[in-house]
Design a protein around this ligand. Structure first.
Ligand code: ADP
Ligand code: MG
Length: 626
């Protein structure tokens, strides 16, 4: 059952009043209806009984009229019904069922009717009338019938009266009900209204500390108590929620700070690029890497690209394109140019996200400042190179020192040998030389063979003397006797004492403008002679021997170079070049260059060599000028 629509949103008090009135009205109506129906049946039965009684009296007195066929008397008899207003008609029928005499209420006509004689003792009740049909009996034989109909007007009159009584008492009952309702309703609705008020305040003020007043222990009291418990729970949860929110905010702030700090320490930032609206989001650390202020700079993809080193930009753009097209992550090292022109190295890793249609929507990644690493790598590398060259230099120095040591040891040994053997040999060689001179003089007219042998002896004695003097020069160098001497003059004198074979072409390149040397002329003669003879010996098939001189005004020295187009030397040979007794020649002694080096150094100069096997050799002697 539903309330009328207009009452759906009405206050509960009005609803209760409505329900009470409807209930009272319905109860009264049902009671009235029930009593009406009962009354109707009772009244009609009573009317039927009364008509029956009267009819049976008339029936008992009518037998004589029928027996004697006295219609007049019969009609007088029936006229006894006339004072009864509600009798519509009364009719007496004979044995054959034919109407014998009748009474009809004025203004009405008698409806046609016929009854079988056997009929009798009938009482017919309808909603409009009651009828009584009784037999007329004489000496236990039925001689006719009497049929009376009465309308129900007395019944309805009485019913109308009792209805009025019912209506009045119902109205009274209703009034009493409403009065009682209005008296007792506030006792029900007041706590409800108070609860409602508290509820409204709570929802308006969001104040969960408010409490509803509990005035009874009935349903409403339980409701108010339940409401208070609910408020308690809400307040408790609210407090918990607030505490949790505070804790969460603390936690978020702490973690954000830690993350920012971690990014700062690692110099690693993160970024997110929303491709659709081309917005780029950088963490603070990336701004720091770019030397920018996050508060004053709004970054876009294009401005970011403009910071990338132009040389690295194409590769980066290609990586981004590839990643977007195939959905693959990329990682790349590239440089960025800071506003002050400084360069930073970064290592970037990125990933891309696609939507259902396969379009790249978001790209995110990290950027790591690896400038320090790169610089460090560059430094270790440089350090490595330096170290390597230092090691090489040191090794070279060690090898040189070792060579020098070996040279000195050899020279020391040589010195001892030369000291004793040299002197011992010089005297006999001098005697032999004098003897050969004597023999050549006395045997001037001797045969060819004798003269030839004497010449051989003379030459070998000279060679031996040279070896002895070389030996002595190589181990002990006399202090130079410095004098001023021209280079051209020195070279010309030296060449004059050298045996230059015809297949060797000597080419001189000595400028006339050279300043004079300040050296021991005899010692430098010996130096040049050794270099020239070595050059000639290196070209057994002939070739060109260049002697050049060039001055260095600043260093105040002259470089005299002797170059040949001969056999040249391997690196191995060059390493041993200045060691005493190193020779590759069958009749060589390996002292020439030892003497050259000693004398050059004694004159304040130095000697260098450049040579390539099969191509030739250049010896350069640097000597001081005046
Ligand atoms: P020697 O001439 O007695 O061999 P040196 O000291 O003059 O002794 O020379 C030593 C070695 O150096 C030579 O045996 C030769 O192997 C090499 N040498 C010197 N000068 C030249 C040169 N101009 N071309 C090629 N090799 C040379
Ligand atoms: Mg030599």
């Amino acid at each position: 059952m539903k309330l009328p629509a207009s009452l759906l949103d009405a206050p509960i008090q009005r609803k209760l009043v409505f329900v009470a009135i409807v209930a009272t009205l319905s109860a009264t109506l049902v009671a009235a209806l029930f009593s009406f129906v009962q009354q109707w049946f009772l009244q009609r039965d009573e009317l039927a009984r009364s008509v029956y009684a009267q009819t049976s009296i008339v029936a008992a007195n009518s037998s004589a009229t029928l027996l004697f066929n006295d219609r007049e008397a019969a009609e007088q008899m029936l006229a006894a019904f006339a004072p009864i207003d509600n009798i519509e008609f009364a009719s007496l029928l004979d044995k054959s069922g034919q109407n014998f005499a009748a009474y009809v209420h004025p203004g009405l006509t008698m409806p046609p009717h016929q009854h079988a004689v056997e009929e009798g003792g009938l009482s017919i009740k309808t909603a409009r009338y009651v009828e009584v049909v009784l037999p007329v009996v004489l000496k236990q034989e039925q001689i006719g019938l009497i049929h009376v109909r009465s309308d129900l007007s007395p019944v309805y009159q009485r019913l109308a009266r009792s209805m009025l009584v019912i209506a009045v008492s119902s109205a009274g009952a209703l009034l009493v009900a409403v009065w009682m309702l209005l008296r007792f309703l506030p006792a029900i609705t007041a706590p409800l209204t108070a609860l409602l008020g508290t509820m409204n305040r709570v929802s308006r003020e969001k104040n969960y500390a408010l409490r509803a007043e509990v005035t009874s222990s009935d349903d409403l009291g339980t409701l108010a108590h339940g409401f208070n418990v609910m408020l308690d729970n809400i307040r408790q949860r609210d407090d918990e929620l607030a505490r949790y929110r505070d804790h969460l905010e603390d936690e978020v702030a702490k973690r954000t700070a830690r993350l920012t700090e971690a990014q700062r320490i690692a110099r690693l930032g993160n970024w997110e690029w929303s491709i659709a609206d081309n917005s780029l989001d950088w963490s603070d650390e990336i701004y720091r890497i770019f030397d920018l202020d996050p508060q004053q700079f709004d970054v876009t993809y294009d401005t970011y690209l403009s910071f990338v080193h132009p040389a690295d930009r194409p590769e980066l753009e290609a990586c981004v394109r590839e990643s977007m097209a195939h959905g693959l992550p990329y990682s790349l090292d590239y440089r960025i140019l800071l506003p002050d022109g400084a360069v930073r190295y970064v290592h970037e890793r990125a990933e891309v996200l696609h939507d259902k249609q396969g379009r790249a929507t978001v790209m995110w990644g990290t950027m790591h400042d690896i400038t320090a690493q790169k610089m460090a790598e560059e430094n270790i590398r440089k350090l490595n190179e330096e170290l390597e060259s230092k090691v090489q230099e040191r090794t070279r120095q060690l090898v040189d020192a070792q060579d020098e040591l070996v040279r000195k040891e050899k020279l020391a040994v040589l010195g001892q040998v030369a000291g004793s053997v040299g002197h011992e040999l010089r005297n006999p060689l001098g005697v032999m030389s004098n003897a050969v001179y004597f023999l050549q003089t006395v045997l001037a007219e001797s045969d060819e063979t004798t003269r030839e042998y004497l010449n051989i002896i003379k030459t070998e004695i000279a060679n031996s003397e040279r070896i002895v003097s070389d030996l002595l020069d190589s181990v002990r160098t006399k202090p130079p006797h410095l004098e001023t001497v021209g280079v051209a003059e020195l070279v010309a004198q030296t060449l004059g004492k050298c045996d230059v074979p015809p297949q060797v072409n000597v080419v001189l390149d000595i400028p006339a403008t050279l300043p004079p040397l300040r050296v021991d002329a005899l010692q430098i003669h010996q130096v040049l002679r050794n270099l020239i003879s070595n050059g000639i010996e290196a070209m057994p098939q002939g070739g060109a021997l260049h002697i050049r001189a060039a001055a260095n005004e600043v260093a105040k020295n002259i470089v005299i170079s002797v170059s040949d187009s001969g056999v040249g030397m391997t690196a191995e040979q060059q390493a041993k070049l200045f060691q005493p007794l190193f020779t590759t020649k069958a009749r060589g002694i390996g002292l020439g260059l030892v003497v050259v080096k000693n004398l050059t150094q004694a004159n304040g100069g130095k000697i260098e060599v450049q040579s390539e096997a099969g191509k030739g050799t250049v010896f350069s002697v640097t000597l001081p000028t005046v």
